[in-house]
Design a protein around this ligand. Sequence first.
Ligand code: S3P
Length: 434
Amino acid sequence: MKKHIAPLTQGLTGRLRIPGDKSVSHRSVMFSALGSTPVRITNFLHAADCLSTVACMKALGADVQMVNDTELIVTGHGLHGLQEPACILDAGNSGTTLRLLMGLLAPQPFLATFTGDASLSKRPMGRVIKPLSQMGAKIVGRKDNTLLPITVCNPGKKLHGMTYESPVASAQVKSAILLAGMFADAPTTVVEPVTSRDHTEKMLAAFGVPTEKKGTAVTICPVADDAYVAPASIEVPGDISSAAYWLVLASLVPGSRLVLENVGTNITRTGILDVLEAMGANIVRENVRTSGGEDAADLVITAAKLHGTTFGKDLMPRLIDEIPAIAVAALFAEGDTVITGAGELRVKETDRLQAIADEWNKVAPGSVEAGEDSLVIHGGTPVQCAEARSYDDHRMAMSLAILGAAGQGVIIDRPDCVNISYPVFYDTFQSFMG
Ligand code: S3P
């Protein structure tokens, strides 16, 4: 099946409620499943990735009641109450499900085997297996313990606390180690090259588990059973990674004035706002508040003339998932945009660095040059309607959709992958088509 996206003929106006944050939704279910009292989770992201986490936590013994699409009640059996799954745990397309659960299950006294889809089966897992093994975990996987399928089989020994200098700035790696560290025999510290998103640290605090941050280092201490206390409820803020498509499109299409309601604005996630503002975008924060321990705001975007910019590795963890959307803004901006230190894009749901170069060059020939960890985007390159590949990668599909809408249209193959993080994306899109 292919999706034809027509050019937008009018600006984006009105108000739009952004679906729940994917990272926070995953964590809300996992952490609630370690409590012993019911947790009501609201504004949960009802999308394939988060449903993979729900299925895994059920297989591990948690009780999950869906009240409706975006509200659920999760009840666990205590910090040591996870049960050996009777089936293989399927993480689907979700790196967050797999990597965080490896950390959570590494200390548990039972065996668990993970599988995932074709994309996840190619993504590097050594970055989590290696540090967990250094803590004493027993984990085996394909290709010398680097790829799915993966089995975690702790004979019941306590893991050792340690200090780990992570070569990558990755919240999934950091979170996996911190979760394992809760069950270790001594404090565990993760040091990152640049601080990654801190939803794990923030949410653990709401469960009575403190972490200590010094520079780019985060430390967690072993957690006593009675110290882990689930909150009665968790409200998930809207996902700035989903808001990204509308931030860019409304900036580009003349006549737009759009209000995005309830967007999570955790500082470890707002790199896209900094970059778009540096490009000349007009974004105003209103109704600034906290939502479930996370910063949130309504974002008001008015169309503006954008110009190229330059950014690199220090900003990367704060906008890593938004690079495809930013690359759309860059294509329609005046002048070049230079992005460096973006090697992590090569190990996302697809090699997004190459995918951006290949697909943008179909729609706007000669517009993008990809280096090993960099992109140069020549803004203002003429665009045409073309057929482009999503690579079954949700963020590629949505970015191509806004590229077509801001330009001359686009035909996207395998468009349904948006279900991974934003199932109502095309419906919302249609509502702007007039
Ligand atoms: C995520 C962390 C990031 C991000 C992913 C979600 C998380 O991955 O790209 O979409 O929820 O922790 P890395 O940790 O690999 O950077």
